[in-house]
Unconditional design. Structure first.
Length: 320
């Protein structure tokens, strides 16, 4: 505990008493912790509560503290320096019922939800009848198979808004990369939309690259479907984020590209390629860009500045 507090002090993280934090409501739950909306010093904040009882019994304290240190090691690099990366305020730690508990305190934005939830809000989906679905020529129509019936939908977010959102996401990734950090788990759930900009969140899997262009890390970092093939073998690079970014852009364009939940790389890859075929018919320039982003060869993926430049050109054809 003392060595952990010293490391947090070295990172200039303020230590608060648990009593200084007021919890308002639960926002969500992850693999190792729960996220709450809270208040600190009369200011709203987001609090990630991590408890050692969520870890393997034999190494739970060591693993928990290391996970927090790993995330803080990334977050302290852009405290007060970034606009598109969630900011950290400090932490609190205490013991309860034989478990160590840590509160990691972060910025509260005006975002109501992450980008995945934003795109799945009802205002962007028109309900269709079976007849309307069968006769529609829309490239963004889809159906959900329920237990004994189907629901038919059409995704109606305007194309110009899709491209604007893609650009905002790319600018956030560009800012992260400027701090020599690879996110390693880019997906729409790890981005929040404030209405005017994107902020990246959850840096638990992120890696500081320093002067390296390629880094050997933990095997399987990230989320299936968004992970480049080389990440399954533990190879981390900026180009791995570009692959994930390409998948995210495809999702933004079509609303949803995952017919089923799966952790199988080949099946996820098939879904991505199927939607790329659709995109080639609908928007060849965007198809060409995303196809390069999701290349299985990291060397063929474009730099983030190239992605943004291409999106600017494509976006201009819709607004002028």
């Amino acid at each position: 505990m003392d060595s952990f507090k010293q490391q947090m002090k070295d990172y200039s993280f303020t230590l608060y008493e648990p009593s200084e934090i007021t919890f308002q409501k639960k926002l969500g739950t992850g693999g190792t912790g729960t996220v709450y909306l809270g208040t600190l010093e009369n200011k709203e904040c987001v609090v990630k509560k991590v408890s050692s009882d969520n870890y393997d019994e034999h190494h739970k304290n060591r693993m928990m503290y290391q996970d927090i240190i790993d995330e803080v090691d990334i977050g302290h690099r852009f405290i007060g320096k970034a606009t598109n990366l969630i900011q950290f305020y400090g932490y609190s730690t205490f013991q309860k019922d034989g478990n160590d508990i840590i509160y990691l305190i972060m910025e509260k934005t005006n975002a109501k939800n992450d980008v995945w939830d934003y795109l799945n809000s009802s205002k962007f989906w028109n309900s269709l009848s079976k007849r309307e679905y069968d006769t529609s020529k829309s490239m963004t129509k889809m159906y959900n198979q329920c237990s004994d019936y189907r629901e038919y939908w059409d995704y109606i977010l305007p194309k110009v808004d899709k491209l604007s959102l893609m650009k905002d996401v790319c600018k956030a990734v560009q800012e992260l990369h400027s701090f020599k950090v690879v996110h390693c788990d880019l997906k729409l759930n790890n981005m929040v939309y404030t209405g005017s900009s994107i902020k990246l969140i959850d840096f638990g899997a992120s890696t500081f690259m320093g002067k390296d262009k390629l880094h050997s890390g933990s095997v399987g970092l990230g989320t299936p479907g968004y992970m480049a093939k080389e990440m399954y073998d533990g190879w981390i690079s900026y180009q791995g984020d570009i692959y994930s970014l390409g998948v995210c852009m495809l999702e933004i364009w079509y609303g949803d590209i995952w017919p089923t939940d799966t952790g199988n790389y080949d099946r996820c890859r098939r879904y991505v390629l199927d939607y790329l075929i659709l995109l080639k018919k609908e928007n060849p320039p965007l198809h060409s860009l995303i196809q390069r982003c999701v290349s299985t060869d990291p060397k063929k993926r474009p730099l983030i500045k190239t992605v943004i430049a291409n999106l600017d050109r494509i976006h201009s054809t819709y607004i002028y």
